[in-house]
Write a protein that binds this ligand. Structure first.
Ligand code: FMN
Length: 197
């Protein structure tokens, strides 16, 4: 018998109150393979990234956006590690997150990856607010993506974000299903915060 598990809420058990999109965000692997993200919604999500802070307002993030069913989606999916390929094909959108680590004058941008991370964080929170889910990944061949999209040397492929609507967890392979329903865990605040005196 298939046990259908309701994962519509994996809300964080927080030690202090958070705004809903932060408490509600989690990274599913079970995406609805039929769901489509409206163009206006996608635009809103990317607009959230646009307004992220960055060192010297350099805005060193670049995004390659690929909808399911496009050649660009296939290129990104092909470059993923097998353990990510196994679930990410159901996402409605894949976004390759790139950092421009060298500016137009050839100077290093030490905070480019940090700035990209903030932009992606903005994007994920906005996506959650739009009723969607995101799942970031580092398990892919960055060089394969660099080559497939013929990217400039100044660009580094740092991560991929999957975006979509929540799907049926019971359609996942058993090993992934187990991870999907496992309790969510975090360090306590005391473990990573030092209050200076
Ligand atoms: C930079 C980065 C790389 C990640 N790489 C992968 C990955 O390759 N595969 C995967 O399934 N999840 C990946 N994740 C998702 C994390 O495992 C997940 O965010 C973490 O376990 C916390 O779970 P939550 O997002 O549901 O709170 C990655 C997340 C980040 C931010």
């Amino acid at each position: 018998m298939t046990i259908v598990t309701d994962l519509t809420s994996r809300k964080a058990d927080t030690a202090a109150p958070l705004i809903d999109p932060l408490a509600d965000r989690w990274s599913p692997r079970a995406f609805d393979p039929a769901a489509v993200v409206e163009t206006e919604t996608l635009r809103t999500i990317l607009e959230a990234a646009r307004w992220a802070p960055s060192a010297n307002n350099s805005q060193p993030w670049r995004f390659i956006v690929a909808r399911r069913g496009t050649a660009a989606f296939t290129k990104l999916h092909d470059a993923m590690a097998g353990f990510n390929q196994a679930w990410a094909d159901s996402a409605a959108v894949l976004i390759a997150n790139l950092a421009e680590t060298v500016d137009a004058e050839g100077r290093e941008r030490p905070w480019a990856r940090y700035d990209l991370g903030q932009a992606v964080a903005h994007l994920t929170v906005q996506a959650q607010h739009e009723g969607l889910h995101t799942h970031q990944m580092g398990g892919f061949d960055a060089k394969a993506i660099h080559d497939a999209f013929d990217l400039a040397d100044s660009l580094e492929v740092v991560s991929i974000t999957t975006i979509g609507a929540l799907g049926d967890v019971d359609r996942l392979p058993e090993v992934l299903r187990e991870r999907e329903v496992a309790p969510r865990q975090r360090k306590t605040l005391d473990e990573f915060v030092t209050v200076g005196e």
